[in-house]
Design a binder for this molecule. Structure first.
Ligand code: SAM
Length: 227
C-alpha cells in the first residue's frame, strides 16, 4: 500500500522531474489544493491519462482520510500535489499522511522543487546549517519571540511571506533587526527572478519604488559574520 507525494514546479514548468511525470500518468486519483490549478498543470505537462482530481485543502483533508485509505486498500493509486512546489511544505497534507502512515501505508515522495531550498541556493548564504520556519507568525509578539529564539543560533533563517503581508513584515523586521542586512528571493524560477539584499527598510523602499510588492517572496536572515 503506497501513497505518492509529488513535487511540481514553482514557476518554471521545465523543473518537473521525469519521475513526477511518470507517477502522474499512472495515478487513479490525484488530491490537490485547487483542481483548476492542477488541471492547468496537467495540460501543460501533456499528461494523457488524467487521474480523477479531488480537492484536498485544510477544510477537506480531515474528511478525506478514511476514504483515501479505503481507495488505497482497494488497490487504487493515489497521490497528492500542491498548487506549486512540494506538498506539505507550508501546504496541506500533513494530517493525511500521518494518518496513512499509522495505517501501514508507505509514503513515497517524488521529490522536486521547494521555494525555500531554491531561495537558499539563490542567496549563496551559508547552507551548512539553516532553519526553515514557514510563514512569519501574523502577530508581532509571536514574530518577536520566534526571532528571539532563533537568532542566537546564528544560522541562516528562511521564511515564506505573502505579497499581502510583506510590507507589514518588513516594517516589523526593521524594528527588531535595525540595519542588519537580510535577503529577499523573489519570483524564483520565473522570468523576473531576483535576489536583493539590504536592511528591511531599504528593501521595502526598493520594492515600493520599483512597484514590486507583488509576486512571491522568500525572506532570508543570514547568520552574523564572525568578528
Ligand atoms: N509548498 C510550496 C513549496 O514547496 O515551496 C510552498 C507553498 S506556500 C503556500 C507559498 C509560499 O512559498 C509563497 O508565499 C512564497 O513565500 C513561497 N514561494 C512559492 N513559490 C515561490 C517562487 N516562485 N518564488 C519565491 N517564493 C515562492
Amino acid at each position: 500500500m503506497k501513497f505518492y507525494l509529488i513535487s511540481t514546479p514553482i514557476g518554471n514548468i521545465e523543473d518537473i522531474s521525469l519521475r513526477a511525470l511518470k507517477t502522474l500518468e499512472n495515478l487513479d486519483i490525484l488530491l490537490c489544493e485547487d483542481t483548476r490549478q492542477t488541471k492547468k498543470l496537467l495540460t501543460l505537462l501533456n499528461i494523457e491519462n488524467v487521474p480523477k482530481l479531488l480537492r484536498c485543502d485544510e477544510y477537506t483533508e480531515e474528511k478525506l482520510k478514511e476514504k483515501v485509505l479505503n481507495w488505497i486498500k482497494e488497490g487504487k493509486k493515489v497521490g497528492l500535489v500542491s498548487d506549486a512546489g512540494t506538498p506539505l511544505i507550508s501546504d496541506p497534507g500533513y494530517r493525511l499522511v500521518s494518518f496513512l502512515k499509522e495505517n501501514k501505508v508507505e509514503i513515497i515522495p517524488v521529490p522536486g522543487p521547494s521555494a525555500f531550498l531554491v531561495a537558499l541556493l539563490k542567496s549563496a548564504y551559508p547552507c551548512d546549517k539553516f532553519a526553515f520556519l514557514g510563514f512569519f507568525p501574523r502577530k508581532s509578539g509571536k514574530l518577536r519571540s520566534l526571532l528571539e529564539k532563533y537568532l542566537p543560533l546564528n544560522i541562516t533563517l528562511i521564511f515564506y511571506e505573502s505579497p499581502y503581508r510583506i510590507e507589514k513584515t518588513l516594517k516589523l523586521l526593521s524594528e527588531i533587526l535595525k540595519d542588519r542586512k537580510i535577503g529577499i528571493a523573489r519570483e524564483l524560477t520565473k522570468l523576473h527572478e531576483e535576489f536583493i539584499e539590504g536592511s528591511p527598510l531599504e528593501l521595502l523602499d526598493y520594492l515600493k519604488k520599483e512597484n514590486k510588492l507583488k509576486g512571491e517572496f522568500v525572506i532570508l536572515i543570514p547568520k552574523e559574520k564572525e568578528k
